[in-house]
Design a binder for this molecule. Structure first.
Ligand SMILES: *[C@@H]1O[C@H](CO)[C@@H](O)[C@H](O)[C@H]1NC(C)=O
Ligand SMILES: *[C@@H]1O[C@H](CO)[C@@H](O)[C@H](O)[C@H]1NC(C)=O
Ligand SMILES: *[C@@H]1O[C@H](CO)[C@@H](O)[C@H](O)[C@H]1NC(C)=O
Length: 458
């Protein structure tokens, strides 16, 4: 995915503790979420787990007090004169999930609201699934599948309701980085294949060096450092388009990048630690414009189930990842993924290394997926395990046109690979979607994972 827009937070103060030290002005109570683990022989077992709000959205204030360390999109330079002092002086506080961020859970259902107005305006959010109070659940999905229900009917052009895996450290970096006292309990340790520069803390250090406030996002900025790791986008979507996309990295674990080359900034896009482009399967882009959308074969006006299967070379959990397959279930019917229909390209209905190279050739794109190790590199990340992340966001860099419209806008929509969804090329401007569709929301429910064939139609 592209870099998520981050909203924060000048909270009205309310009492305290402690780099990401720990703040206690607002109690941190993780919203519960039931998920199911399934086997072909034993069926599905419910597990009561919980979610945690990413650290980047949280109120950050002086240790033991109420003075903001970060306000709008700027740092308090007294509290944050350098990365280490800032991490020692500042505390991440608990979150009012529903009231401040529009995040609610009930049973197996999570809803994320787009714009939430309380004492301040919050835009979007990002949460991760916890295994316990201080660790993310680490998924190992080779020769397994993941299913969930999604309602994208309230997601317009320009808003992305995403469910994906990032190779984050299970404890949020707590054990590795002494200045990170908050850990996964407070949603630390985020990384993805865009090596995001908008994170306030990376590896126990504040990202204050070179921090530049965003010109369009009053809550976000970019520091010199980025946080890179492999990412498996299961679902990046709104009511007009959807994509699933593996993004391998040359870095074998979460890695703090500090140079434009490592981070893959600008012209270095294809040469950074991570494959920013990834290898996307978007049915509309791959030539079936009738497949997914309002009233289409997969009808985005109604809830449906998304199943993703991670097949290995020998059908065991130790074999190499060789194919990522997609199925949908709606109205009790299994819907096979669309088939590609691109002139000059063989037909595919799943992501394999062959699909990726054929797609890149057909679209005239550099195959940075292959140069970052392709599915074999993804396979190594799957061996280490990935953390489940869900988010809702708008896009201050590219108006989400890469997902739901024609992109790049410098090329005709008829050029191979340019058309990705039915949205207009002038859609998705954050200021417009935030004012016109503040009530946009996404609901993820019924998350199940387990043996191939065990999670759906049972
Ligand atoms: C920055 O922090 C210092 C030290 O706590 C404080 O005195 C000052 O008021 C803060 N500045 C702002 C703008 O909040
Ligand atoms: C793996 O399973 C698939 C589908 O059931 C089958 O077609 C394939 O032959 C199997 N491969 C191996 C190596 O057993
Ligand atoms: C999502 O938006 C719809 C339409 O505005 C609204 O009816 C529904 O209550 C919203 N859901 C949540 C969880 O906010």
């Amino acid at each position: 995915m592209l870099t998520a827009a981050v909203a924060l937070l000048t909270l009205v103060p309310m009492v305290c503790v402690q780099s990401q030290q720990i703040g206690t002005n607002v109690p941190e109570t993780h919203p519960p979420l039931t998920v199911q683990s399934c086997t072909n022989t034993g069926g599905c077992q419910s597990q009561q787990q919980s979610i945690v709000l990413d650290a980047n959205w949280r109120w950050l204030h002086n240790n033991g007090g109420f003075t903001n360390c970060y306000t709008g999109n700027t740092w308090n330079t007294t509290l944050c004169p350098n990365p280490t002092a800032c991490a020692q002086n500042c505390a991440l506080d608990g979150a009012d999930y529903a009231g401040t961020y529009g995040i609610t859970t009930s049973g197996d259902t999570l809803s994320l609201n787009f714009v939430t107005q309380s004492a301040q305006k919050n835009v979007g959010s990002r949460v991760s699934l916890l295994a316990d109070e201080s660790h993310y659940q680490v998924f190992k999905l080779k020769n397994k599948e993941l299913a969930f229900d999604v309602d994208v009917s309230q997601l317009p052009c320009g808003v992305n309701g995403a469910l994906y895996f990032s190779q984050m450290p299970a404890d949020g970096g707590l054990s590795q980085f002494p200045n990170n006292k908050a850990g996964a309990k407070f949603g630390t340790g985020y990384c993805d294949a865009q090596c995001p520069h908008d994170l306030k803390f990376i590896n126990g250090q504040a990202n204050v060096i070179g921090w530049t406030p965003s010109t369009s996002d009053p809550n976000s900025g970019a520091g010199q450092a980025g946080s890179c790791c492999a990412e498996m986008d299961i679902w990046e979507a709104n009511s007009n388009a959807a994509a699933f996309t593996p993004h391998p990295c040359l870095a074998s674990t979460q890695t703090r990048c500090t140079s434009p080359l490592q981070c893959g900034d600008g012209d270095n896009r294809g040469n950074g630690l991570c494959d920013k482009d990834g290898c996307d399967f978007n049915s509309f882009r791959m030539g079936d414009q009738s497949f997914l959308g309002p009233g289409k074969i997969v009808d985005t006006k109604q809830k449906f189930t998304v199943v993703t299967q991670f097949l290995t070379s020998d059908n065991t959990t130790t074999g190499k990842l060789k194919e990522i397959r997609r199925l949908y279930v709606q109205d009790g019917k299994v819907i096979q993924n669309s088939k590609t229909n691109i002139p000059g390209m063989a037909t595919f209905d799943s992501v394999t290394d062959d699909f990726c190279s054929a797609q890149k050739t057909a679209f005239g794109d550099t195959n940075s997926f292959a140069t970052h190790g392709g599915l074999s590199a993804m396979s190594s990340s799957f061996d280490k395990g990935m953390v489940l992340v869900m988010s809702i966001w708008d896009d201050h860099e590219a108006n989400m046109l890469w997902l739901d419209s024609a992109f790049p806008t410098s090329e005709p929509a008829s050029a191979p690979g340019v058309a990705r969804g039915a949205c207009a090329t002038d859609s998705g401007v954050p200021a417009n979607v935030e004012s016109q569709s503040p009530g946009a929301n996404v609901t993820f429910s019924n998350i199940k994972f387990g043996d191939i064939g065990s999670t759906f139609m049972r």
